[in-house]
Structures are given as C-alpha cells and as structure tokens.
Design a protein around this ligand. Structure first.
Ligand code: GLA
Length: 398
C-alpha cells in the first residue's frame, strides 16, 4: 500500500499549532485531521461546464485541515499559509462579500447551513502545499476538505458526490466563479496512480491507469499568478451558453458537449454574426474529441499521439478560447524545444498558472535546467517545477 503519510504534513505538529491558536479542549479526541489533494488536468480544458469530457488526476500535494467543534455557533479560521485569521458568528457565515481566503471554507459552511444542517461551530486550521493561483485547484482542495470534515463531524450523511456538488455550488454562489465540476470531483474522487475520465454531463466516470512508460508529466509553474480572472472565466461560460442557444435552434442538443464537429460545419452560418462565440464553440467541440482520443492513446501506450493532442489543446486554448498568456505561451514553446519532449499545454483555467509537459523521465533534470534558463531570458520570471504522483482523493487522516 502507498504510504499516505508522505502526502500530508505532520498532523502532530499541526495539532500543536491548532492548540496554540485555538486553545486546549477538555476532550483531546475531539480534534481530527483531514486531507484533500489538489489536481492536475491532463486534457479536457474548459469543457466541464458544457457537460463535456475531462481527464484530470489528483496529485500528492494538498490541504490538511485540523478541526474541532465549538458548539457555540462561532467559527474560527486560521492557516499556516496566510496571516489572515478571523472568527465569525453563525450569521456572518452567509456574508458573501468577504474577500479573504476564508471565503472558500465559509462558502462550504454556508451550503451545509442552507441544506438545513445544524452546523453549530468549528475551529479550523488549514495547512497546504499547493501553490495558490497556479491552476492546481488549491481552492477546490480547501472546499472539499472542509466538506468531508463537516459531513462527518455533524453526521450529515451526504455521499461523496453530494459533497462534490455542494462544493461546486459554494464556489459558484460564494466565490462567484461559475466553474464546472471537474476540480471538486478530481480532488474528492482521485485514485492512486490513476487519472479520472469523467463525463461532466452524466457524471459517469472511469479510472485509467497512468502508465507513461519512460515518460513523466512535469508541471511547470509560470509564476504568473492568476488574479481577478473570475470575470474572464465567467465571460467564457456565458459565451458557451450563447453558443448552445444559437446552435440549439437547429439541432437537438441539451448541452454544448453534445454538439459534433459535423453539426458545426453544417450550421456554421448561425455564428456568422458571432465570431467570438464561433471560436469558443469550436474549441469545446474539438477539445471533447481530443479527450476521447487522448484516453485511447494512453490506454494504447501511444505517447506520441498523446503529446500531439496536448499540443493541439494548447493551440486551441490560445487561439480559439483565448485563455493563455504570454508567459504560458513562452513556457509551452520552450518546453517543446527540449529534447524528447512529446507535448506541452497550459493546464487549468489559464491566464497564468501552470503548464504540463510530457518529458522523458531520464531527461527531467536537464529539462528543468534548460527551461528555467530560457524561460527566465524570455520573461524575467523564475519558474518552479513539480513532479507528482496521481494520488487518492480526500480522506480522514486521524
Ligand atoms: C477551473 C474551473 C474548472 C474548469 C477549468 C478549466 O479550474 O474550476 O471547473 O472549468 O478551470 O478547464
């Protein structure tokens, strides 16, 4: 069995930290520890909210939560990653105007509350090692770890998929991003050494072994932090809704992911007055095809094909969906120039954050060395690299 203790920080030390911040309790057993990973998306970008296909996996980095009930309707928030701390009354947990990091767990508390669960207070200490704003789902990780802990501590009896949906709703309502379900699903449902092939329309999924032979997926962080990208993200969601409305007048589809390349060709004229919408829908339809092809390629150990699909995905996100950035494009270009690299693309929501590249394992050190040099020359930014193992989903630690 894989030793999960390597994935998560030392809970003994964090429990001491918790007591330092929130005080001792009479019943030491009342403190528990939980963990949720982050995720990296291999392919299938900006398809989830259209009911499309995605292919992410959970990673062996994530968020640990130490938690204890307060029973007095007060909610204490602290993090080893951020100096901001706060204590909220129960009433304040429905205040959607808060801007600090605590809005992620607060949004989740609020969702439980709105479903009628009597959440009468918790103290929460978070500690994470996912870089924030890097496209590796640090926010979904915080949300899901909060949800699994509340579900157990207050005996709510919700299934994991209910928690996934609850966390997506928290992000939609509280944080204001009209995100799809991919991130919350991936961090909750991750499986060691596997990627998750998910149909976001039906929520059917299967796990696919991540067997890359002599290759590794390397995550490269552009260190261009994604900021205030919520409105650009929500614009894309709205444009996809418009595409569905336009196309839906001519073909019988319930979501945009049901549109085929053939339908687009046959009804190209409906987008004549809407060139931006035309670009968005072309990306979504082709990206879905690429996910299908990428899953087969991986299952057939056709890594060249997998790499080509990564390259095509990036070009489409850059030119048609327009969510790349200058640093991301430099990172992808420079990564591809390295010997033996089979493909590279931005991962996650774009506008900064990380890329992934398919690199010969024996060349990873040289890859990181050369990319650091050339990327710095091009952007004056110091990149960071993360290797990872596909990891298990959110769980209780102690
Ligand atoms: C963010 C969102 C996801 C998904 C990706 C893009 O990570 O939270 O729902 O849309 O962007 O694929």
């Amino acid at each position: 069995m894989h030793d999960h203790s390597k994935d998560a920080p030392d809970t003994v030390e964090l429990t001491h930290e918790f007591i330092k911040r929130f005080g001792k309790s009479s019943d030491a057993d009342a403190i528990s520890a939980w963990f949720s990973p982050g995720r990296v998306n291999l392919i299938g970008e900006y398809t989830d909210f259209t009911g499309g296909l995605v292919f992410p996996c959970a990673i062996d980095r994530g968020t640990t939560l130490i938690v204890r009930r307060t029973h007095d309707n007060s909610f204490g928030f602290a993090s080893t990653n951020d100096a901001y701390t706060d204590r909220l009354t129960r009433e304040r947990t429905s205040d959607r105007s808060m801007r600090e990091w605590i809005r992620y767990p607060t949004g989740v508390i609020n969702q439980f509350d709105m479903r009628g669960f009597d959440i009468d207070g918790v103290d929460l200490l978070f500690s994470g090692n996912i870089p924030s704003g890097a496209g590796l789902s640090s926010s979904a990780s915080i949300g899901v770890v909060t949800a699994i802990a509340l579900n157990a501590l207050f005996q709510c009896g919700l299934e994991t998929m209910d928690l996934v949906k609850l966390c997506q709703k928290a992000e939609n309502d509280f944080v204001g991003t009209q995100c799809g379900i991919m991130d919350q699903f991936a961090v909750a449902m991750g499986q060691e050494d596997h990627a998750l092939y998910l149909d976001c329309g039906s929520l059917d999924y299967r796990t696919v072994p991540m067997q890359l032979g002599p290759l590794s997926v390397v995550i490269a962080d552009t260190r261009q932090v994604r900021e205030n990208s919520e409105s650009a993200y929500n614009d894309r969601v709205a444009e996809c809704e418009q595409a569905l409305a336009l196309l839906g007048e001519h073909v019988d589809i319930k979501n945009l992911a049901q549109a085929t390349p053939n339908m687009l060709t046959q009804h190209a004229t409906v987008f004549d007055q809407h060139p931006v919408v035309a670009r968005r829908v072309t990306h979504v339809v082709n990206e879905n095809e690429r996910v299908r092809a990428a899953v087969s390629a991986l299952e057939n150990s056709d890594f060249k094909q997998f790499g080509r699909l990564m390259d095509q995905s990036h070009a489409s996100l850059r030119d048609l969906f327009e969510v790349s950035s200058v640093p991301l494009d430099h990172m992808v270009r420079i990564s591809r120039e390295q010997p033996g690299v089979l493909g590279a693309r931005l991962t996650g929501a774009g506008f900064g954050g990380c890329t992934i590249s398919l690199v010969p394992t024996e060349a990873v050190a040289a890859f990181e060395h050369n990319v650091t040099r050339d990327y710095f020359d091009a952007t004056s930014l110091e990149p960071a690299f993360y290797t990872f193992r596909p990891a298990a989903g959110a769980r209780r630690l102690v």
